[in-house]
Design a protein around this ligand. Sequence first.
Ligand code: HEC
Ligand code: HEC
Ligand code: HEC
Ligand code: HEC
Ligand code: HEC
Ligand code: HEC
Ligand code: HEC
Ligand code: HEC
Ligand code: HEC
Ligand code: HEC
Length: 302
Amino acid sequence: MMRLLVLIAGLLALLAVAAAAGGGFAERVGVPAGAAYVGSQACLDCHDDAGTFYQHTPHSVERAPIAPGSGAGACEACHGPGSLHVEAGGEGPIFGRAALSALDAEDRAEMCLQCHQDKRLAWSDSPHAGSPTDCAACHTDVVHGGGSAQAPSAFRIAGEFCLQCHAAQAADFRLPFRHRVLEGEVSCQDCHAVHGAAPAAEPLGDLNAACLNCHTEMAGPFLFEHEAVSAEDCTACHRPHGSVNDKLLTQDGNSLCLQCHFEPGYPTIGDVDHGGFLGSEARCYDCHHEIHGSNLNPTFLD
Ligand code: HEC
Ligand code: HEC
Ligand code: HEC
Ligand code: HEC
Ligand code: HEC
Ligand code: HEC
Ligand code: HEC
Ligand code: HEC
Ligand code: HEC
Ligand code: HEC
């Protein structure tokens, strides 16, 4: 046990040296001359509210998560070294509201990423990166002062969490044909990587890869690819959230196909006269059934 403590103390000393070497969140904000870390236990004497807020979270003073780099934990990891502030009974400098709200988006994320390094690479690809919707805006149950949104843990259905801000998308998921997000069977995050996208799975782009995670039967590779799938993506024909059309199609009937395959000689398409094929009820994909690609037929017939 003792040896472990010595080892930990040694590691912390190393981290402190690393911090002194520069970089790190506090240095980016600007450490006041002479300020040092005093340990966040000291903050609790005067800041009851903050102490109570954090008590049952992984960011509590007791659990003292340590930021690699600075060696700071809990309050001081976000608010910077507090010695001058504590010594002056709260009158001394600290990274308060003014300093933290003046940070740009990248530095606000950096406040969190100093510990959550595993999110670092992915975050730059997130739809929210670089915007006011930063880490703290969503994680209001474990970070105070972030905003008014309710945190993910407040929702039984994952999608409801996102819809509190994306109300405009809610209607999509009530259409007759839809991904069953409001029913809790599919989540927004199955398609939108909230902490950033995984690297594209070649040769298909990100989007197809997200869809094909679940719809493996469309994955191919096929001997005869349909360029609408392989060169464009699933949204060339499907509305991903929901649609008034069966199978989430963007358009009903043959207009779906004719947006790309209409030619002046219609109903001749390519070399093939379709005049006899297109009876009143016949849809293109009744015959060209293997529309996502085929190993048997270059024109995707059954
Ligand atoms: C001796 C009492 C005392 C101690 C100890 C103390 N504070 Fe404060 N702190 C205050 C007072 C008083 C204020 C000013 C009133 C207010 O905003 O709550 C203040 C303000 C703040 C603010 C808001 C500043 C602003 O401009 O928005 C932050 C952040 C803060 N303290 C963090 C800390 C941290 C982190 C620690 C521990 C390192 C700590 N305090 C220790 C008394 C204290
Ligand atoms: C994960 C980062 C983080 C941690 C940990 C954290 N804070 Fe804060 N704190 C913030 C942010 C962000 C704000 C809001 C700044 C703004 O208004 O833009 C804030 C605001 C404050 C304020 C001023 C607003 C208010 O509510 O009065 C005080 C005081 C404060 N924190 C004290 C503490 C204390 C004490 C601890 C440790 C128990 C702590 N904070 C832990 C990020 C953090
Ligand atoms: C001083 C290091 C540190 C800082 C700074 C920090 N975290 Fe954490 N955080 C942790 C540790 C340690 C855990 C627990 C282990 C884990 O889940 O990775 C944790 C857990 C979490 C969790 C999971 C909560 C749960 O209930 O399981 C979320 C969400 C989170 N942090 C968000 C944030 C956000 C947002 C910020 C910035 C505003 C932030 N953290 C800043 C260390 C930190
Ligand atoms: C748009 C909202 C949103 C933003 C912005 C956001 N998160 Fe999250 N985060 C979530 C959701 C949703 C979960 C999943 C929670 C669950 O499943 O209960 C999550 C989970 C987490 C977890 C715990 C589980 C895990 O994956 O490790 C951590 C830690 C975390 N986020 C940190 C961060 C950090 C750090 C940032 C900023 C770089 C950030 N988050 C930005 C919504 C967000
Ligand atoms: C706190 C409010 C908030 C929450 C919660 C939130 N978002 Fe957002 N989201 C925004 C805002 C505001 C924008 C547009 C501006 C920006 O990038 O911040 C946005 C942008 C997006 C975009 C890009 C939209 C476009 O037009 O390109 C997607 C996709 C997205 N969010 C998905 C999600 C998902 C999925 C969740 C749940 C995991 C979620 N959001 C949770 C506020 C939020
Ligand atoms: C089945 C995959 C999938 C699911 C589930 C999904 N999305 Fe999307 N979403 C997409 C795709 C793909 C786009 C891009 C649309 C396009 O390019 O035509 C998109 C676009 C968006 C946009 C940009 C504006 C728009 O409507 O085009 C927002 C915001 C958004 N989604 C939020 C959400 C939210 C919130 C949820 C959950 C309630 C969600 N999405 C669930 C795949 C999905
Ligand atoms: C998390 C898994 C998952 C992901 C990711 C996903 N889907 Fe789905 N999808 C489903 C499930 C489950 C159903 C069946 C819904 C039902 O039966 O109510 C479905 C249904 C469909 C249908 C309608 C099938 C039918 O029989 O009516 C289409 C089309 C579809 N998805 C396309 C897509 C596209 C395009 C994407 C990517 C933007 C995508 N899916 C991403 C799980 C997923
Ligand atoms: C060229 C247009 C087009 C593109 C691009 C396309 N689809 Fe489809 N998809 C269709 C048509 C048409 C149907 C309906 C077939 C039917 O009803 O026989 C369909 C049906 C589906 C179904 C339901 C299958 C079933 O057996 O009921 C799923 C799931 C699906 N597509 C997923 C995808 C995915 C995933 C992608 C992207 C990799 C994609 N689609 C790209 C046209 C397309
Ligand atoms: C986004 C544009 C687009 C849409 C929508 C589209 N296609 Fe295609 N399709 C292409 C392209 C590009 C090719 C390859 C070039 C070519 O042969 O015209 C192709 C090839 C084909 C071929 C093979 C042609 C050959 O000469 O071997 C058939 C058959 C076909 N598509 C049928 C359909 C049907 C049926 C639909 C509707 C379900 C459809 N396509 C929707 C773009 C599209
Ligand atoms: C009754 C069945 C049937 C219907 C309906 C049908 N096709 Fe075809 N299509 C065929 C046959 C058969 C061929 C010739 C296949 C061959 O030569 O390998 C063909 C060939 C094609 C080709 C390839 C032309 C070429 O030059 O090789 C395209 C593209 C095509 N169809 C698109 C469509 C579109 C778009 C629709 C809807 C407007 C449609 N088809 C409706 C049966 C059908």
